[in-house]
Write a protein that binds this ligand. Sequence first.
Ligand SMILES: [Zn+2]
Length: 242
Amino acid sequence: MLKTNQIRLVFACTVLLTLFGLTACSQQPAPQVIYLTFDDGPDPKFTPSLLDVLEKHGVKATLFVTGENAEKHPEIVRSAFEAGHTIGNHSYQHGRASDMSFEEIAQSYERTDKIIRSITGQQEILFRAPYLDISPDNRSYLCKVGSNSVDIDMMGWDWETQDPLEIIDNILHKQATNAPETELNPVVLLHDSGQGEFGTRQGTVDATDMFIPMMLAKGFVFADEPPAHKWQLSEKDCSGVK
Ligand SMILES: [Zn+2]
């Protein structure tokens, strides 16, 4: 069945062809691009399982690690990086930015940047705020240092369930908190650590294993790099920030 945006494209092309005889419209629409991100790791048990699943399907992702976990398991961070994944900064101890001062925020991110650099040698390091909490101080810090914050479009809500089918259903149907562009080249948020009440992340690993072929069958392409337009703090975001 045609999706709404495909129907719109077909309609627009029909109009353009009738009016101007354009030939570009006879081409297939570009495939939708999707990108996976995993927060809170690395976890000694579930991150290696997740990396195996990603390798099996030939898909790259960004792992937003906490500095504390990366310090405990540098070999997992290194093997993820060497496998072609991107390592992002998810703060040192997963603190909520609204509860932290500018100095505490800066210290937490800078410490984590240093740990990631010492393990991977990455210079540019992407950032995602724990709890997606971009407080004014957090924004000020990011604007000041020019760090890039990665937004999300779809979430597995895998802190509420470890049933893989429910996680997939959440990704596809439960709207993310800030998802104006949902379903347009989406960035997906899942978690490879922080098991909470479930004591496991196996559901997330299994959901990933099922979700990738499902999306490929729908015609999606998994990007090798995080899509640029999703992460850049714009001039508008930083205007007036001291
Ligand atoms: Zn987190």
